[in-house]
Design a protein around this ligand. Structure first.
Ligand code: 0CN
Ligand code: SF4
Length: 337
């Protein structure tokens, strides 16, 4: 019987305890697009007062959504749930032109918190469609970002999820095919799909620059570094957060002996720690740092040492707030002064 069978935290022998380590990935957590989207809702609440409507989860994190809800944000699935004339924020993952049109039709005031790096992919889709390419969009069916990007040119876009899908792709002209992707995919898996596409369509055109964004790429590189020698990798992030879920897969691919995603420390199962010396911790791009702090405290309470940060990249990108909001903030400032 082990201590965890008795409902107690597992205890390692003295030598093993001395060798315990906690590695903390850097970069982790909020990216520039998430920071901007969350601040957008906060400032909209301050400026216009509650309720401020938000179409879909502003970012895919249940703690972020609950915190904003408590301040008066109202999250809706579709615009028909928003009263005429109200203010609605579009989430970081972007919306299709049809959603913009629906908002205009209903007379809604919109603030578009789509990440500029998602907007960039929308522009690429529009450009390839204008030149009459067949666009093979690599991404996950049903993800809001994919719906928004595909909605820019529905008659030109086909979704490809896995290398196995490639055989089913049908194009009008194999010499006029381009691929694009969701911003939050696994870099390695995406390249496997691209290789399969190129084997079928040698003339395949790449996106003008990486669609998988800097934050997704940096967090995957960082988790690889801390996963290699880890007995356990804990990824903080919500279940519907594509980039967070990818971090678990990348960690296992990189050699972690086990890897789990949790929304917060309360979801850690004590049995995961049995016999574990090195625990590595990271978080997705939509995850507030206090949730990571909670995981580190949980480990400290069980005898693990202070975390050692392992940095693989520096990040300094910041995006300006959406222009509609900046304009209203300026106007409010002027009317005060
Ligand atoms: O977790 P997120 O809100 O979204 P996905 O990883 O599911 O795309 O992170 C921010 C990403 C964006 C856009
Ligand atoms: Fe933008 Fe990338 Fe962050 Fe998504 S994960 S919001 S694309 S920076």
């Amino acid at each position: 019987m082990t201590t965890s069978d008795l409902g107690m935290p597992p205890v390692l022998d003295r030598d093993a305890a001395d060798e315990r380590a906690v590695l903390l990935a850097a970069p982790r957590g909020y990216c520039a697009g998430v920071d901007r989207a969350v601040i957008t809702v906060e400032k909209a609440l301050d400026l216009y007062g509650a309720p401020v409507y938000v179409r879909k989860q502003i970012v895919h994190n249940k703690h972020v959504v609950a915190t904003l809800e408590a301040r008066g944000a109202v999250f809706v699935e579709e615009l028909d749930e928003v009263p005429a004339g109200a203010t609605v924020v579009f989430s970081a993952h972007g919306v299709s032109p049809a959603v913009h049109a629906q908002a205009a039709e209903r007379g809604l005031k919109t603030i578009d918190a789509t990440c500029p790096l998602v907007t960039k992919v929308h522009h690429e889709a529009k450009r390839f469609a204008k030149e009459d390419y067949d666009i093979l969009l690599i991404g996950h069916a049903g993800h809001e970002e994919v719906e928004g990007t595909a909605g820019e040119a529905p008659e030109h876009v086909q979704l490809v999820e896995t290398p196995a899908d490639v055989a089913r792709v049908e194009v009008r002209d194999p010499s006029k095919v381009a691929w694009l992707s969701q911003t939050t995919l696994s870099v390695d898996e995406t390249m496997a799909v691209v290789d399969a596409l190129r084997a079928r369509f040698p003339a395949l055109i790449d996106p003008p620059s990486d669609d998988i964004c800097y934050a997704t790429q940096n967090r995957q590189l960082a988790v690889k570094e801390i996963a290699r020698d880890a007995d356990l990798v804990i990824v903080v992030g919500s279940g519907n957060s594509s980039n967070s879920v990818r971090l678990v897969e990348v960690a296992l691919e990189a050699g972690a002996r086990s890897a789990y995603r949790v929304d917060d420390a309360s979801e850690i199962d004590e049995t995961w720690l049995e016999g574990v010396r090195t625990v590595s911790v990271t978080s997705g791009a939509s995850v507030p740092e206090e949730l990571v702090d909670g995981v580190l405290s949980f480990l400290a309470e069980r005898g693990y040492p202070d975390a050692k940060a392992v940095r693989t990249a520096e990040e300094s990108l910041i995006f300006a707030l959406p222009k509609e909001l900046r304009r209203d903030l300026r106007a409010a400032e002027q009317s005060k002064g």
